[in-house]
Design a protein around this ligand. Sequence first.
Ligand code: RI2
Length: 310
Amino acid sequence: MSVNDVASSIKSMEIRGAGLIARSAAEALKQTAQEFRGSDLAVFRKELESGKKVLVASRPTAISLWNAVQATLRGAQEATSVEELRSIVVGNADRFVKRSSQAVELIGKFGAKRLKDGMRVMTHCNSKAALSVIKTAHANGMDIEVYATESRPWRQGLLTVRDLSAAGVPCTLIIDSAVRWAMKDIDAVFVGADTICSNGALINKVGTSQVAMAASDSRVPFMVCAETYKFSPRTLSGEMVEIEERDASEVVDPQLLPSGVKVRNPVFDATPPEYIDSLITEVGVIPPYAAYEVIVREFGQTSIFEGIED
Ligand code: RI2
């Protein structure tokens, strides 16, 4: 798919989930590189840079998108020919996509060790990384049951129960406001991540912080499944994460509302690190307070200056 098609599919949420968004962005830049027919290196660079801008503008919250385009264009400035630049971008994109898929698999393996036979797990929204944990535990022969939240307004919980049911995992769907009611019967919560901040806070689907608070209240471990490209070097330079707000019509048909009534539709919220037991990453299971170290290790100190002018 072209950059414009990927960007519009990300905007409309046909492509969704922070990991898939990242992989699709890398693939789109790869396609731009493969399809470039000119011989002018500066023109080629400009096309890739404008593709990067279009992709990054498609959704504002998940840092995975930013990290994916940065990783795909890494080293592009040093290329001395069109052919060299093409091969750098194609190689980077392939490595990113491969590493991303392997990360989801590793998170599944690490996270499954936190589950025991007979456990009932809650998850929120639809996270490939969180489902990888549950499906790995199930495939290892553990008897795991899942309570999935509906996740209004897009109802990604339906995707979750479809995916888990197809894998043979028994599921129960609950509405978002039933989380606290259900928590008394839950042994562990596993959610995904759109962004992990340098202080260990989690930005994830709206409602995640309420699930975390309910879990904390009931002493239920709250685990976050996050590939390292979901950690934000931009938060290390003091940037705040922009919480996307989408159109009110996703929540309610405006014709049903009395005139003058406003609707807000925030898509994500922030869960403070004190509510998080562990971050399950492909480089290990770590406390949220280790987020700073992961960012420095994965992206380097200099990365905090990248993109500041954007
Ligand atoms: P994976 C999703 O956002 C959810 O918030 C989910 O927890 C997160 O991305 C991570 O998903 P959205 O795109 O990368 O549905 O683990 O708004 O699949």
